[in-house]
Write a protein that binds this ligand. Structure first.
Ligand SMILES: [Zn+2]
Ligand SMILES: [Zn+2]
Length: 268
C-alpha cells in the first residue's frame, strides 16, 4: 500500500470532493454536497472527519462548497482558498469559524504543508472569480485535480506535467449538449471558454500528459444531463487508441463515481 493516494469521494455537477492521503496528512480538495454526505463518504473509505487536516477550495460554485460551512464548524481544519474565494465565503457564511484557520493561497502560488508535502495552484478559466486547480507533490511523486476548466490554457498544460495521476474534467459529450434540452444560453455558457471541458478536449489533454509521463487518469466532474460514464470513457480511450496509446499498456483510466467514493488510486 502506497503512502500517497487519491480517492474521489464524489464527483460531478451535483457535488465534488476528493480525498488525498499523503503520509499522515489528509487533504480534501473541495467540499460539495452537504456535511452529512461528506462525512458518510469519508467514513466509507475509512477516514474519520476529525482526521482531515486541510481543505483546499477550487472555487465558490455550490457544487464545490456545499458542505463547507457546517464541516468547518464541526471539525478543526485549515481552509485554503484564493483571496476572491475567501471574500465570497466571508460574505456567504456566518463568521467566524472558531476552530479553523483561514489561509489565502495566491493564484499560481504554492504552500508547503510539511517538508515532504507541497500543494500548488494554477488559475483556471471558469465563470467564478479566483478559480484554481491544484497539484499535490509528496516525496517526489505528484497528483493533480483539474476540473471546471473552460479550456486548457498554456499554464494548465504545463501545470500537470510530470504528475503521475491526474483527476481531469470530462464534463460533457458535445452531441448530448448540442441536442439536449438545456436553454441555448446555458449551452453556450457550458461550452464556452469559461465553462467546462468536453470529453474530446479531455482526451486531447490526456494525450499531452501521457507524452509527458502521466500514467493514471481519473475522469471527473461529468455532467449529469450531457454525459454518461460510458461516453466519457470511450471518448478518451478511442481517441487515444487512434494515436496508438493503449489503455492498460500506456496508461490507466477510471471514471469517478457521481455520488459515492471511487476506488483508491495509489500514486506510485
Ligand atoms: Zn464551477
Ligand atoms: Zn463544478
Amino acid at each position: 500500500m502506497s503512502d500517497f493516494s487519491i480517492i474521489p469521494l464524489y464527483s460531478g455537477s451535483s457535488g465534488n470532493s476528493t480525498l488525498i492521503k499523503a503520509g499522515d496528512t489528509n487533504i480534501l480538495i473541495d467540499a460539495g454536497k452537504n456535511c452529512k454526505h461528506l462525512v458518510a463518504a469519508l467514513e466509507a473509505v475509512g477516514t474519520a472527519p476529525e482526521d482531515i487536516d486541510d481543505i483546499f477550495i477550487t472555487h465558490v460554485h455550490s457544487d464545490h462548497i456545499g458542505a463547507l460551512d457546517v464541516f468547518i464548524r464541526k471539525y478543526p481544519v485549515r481552509l485554503y482558498a484564493t483571496e476572491f474565494s475567501h471574500r465570497y465565503l466571508a460574505r456567504k457564511f456566518v463568521k467566524p469559524h472558531p476552530m479553523t484557520e483561514d489561509i489565502r493561497i495566491r493564484e499560481g502560488g504554492s504552500v508547503a504543508l510539511n517538508p515532504d508535502l507541497t500543494v500548488s495552484c494554477c488559475p483556471t478559466p471558469h465563470d467564478a472569480g479566483g478559480s484554481v486547480c491544484y497539484r499535490i507533490d509528496y516525496k517526489g511523486r505528484s497528483c493533480a485535480v483539474m476540473t471546471d476548466l473552460g479550456h486548457i490554457t498554456e499554464d494548465i498544460r504545463e501545470f500537470a506535467v510530470g504528475a503521475h495521476t491526474v483527476l481531469l474534467e470530462s464534463n460533457y459529450d458535445q452531441r448530448m449538449l448540442a441536442f439536449g434540452s438545456y436553454p441555448e444560453d446555458l449551452k453556450v455558457r457550458i461550452a464556452g471558454d469559461k465553462g467546462h471541458l468536453s470529453n474530446d478536449d479531455c482526451a486531447d489533454m490526456m494525450m499531452h500528459l501521457i507524452a509527458k509521463g502521466t500514467s493514471d487518469f481519473i475522469l471527473g466532474h461529468l455532467s449529469e444531463n450531457n454525459n454518461t460514464p460510458e461516453k466519457a470513457y470511450h471518448a478518451s480511450v478511442d481517441y487515444l487508441a487512434r494515436h496508438s496509446l493503449i489503455q492498460g499498456r500506456d496508461y490507466s483510466i477510471k471514471v469517478a463515481n457521481r455520488h459515492e467514493p471511487t476506488t483508491v488510486t495509489e500514486i506510485l
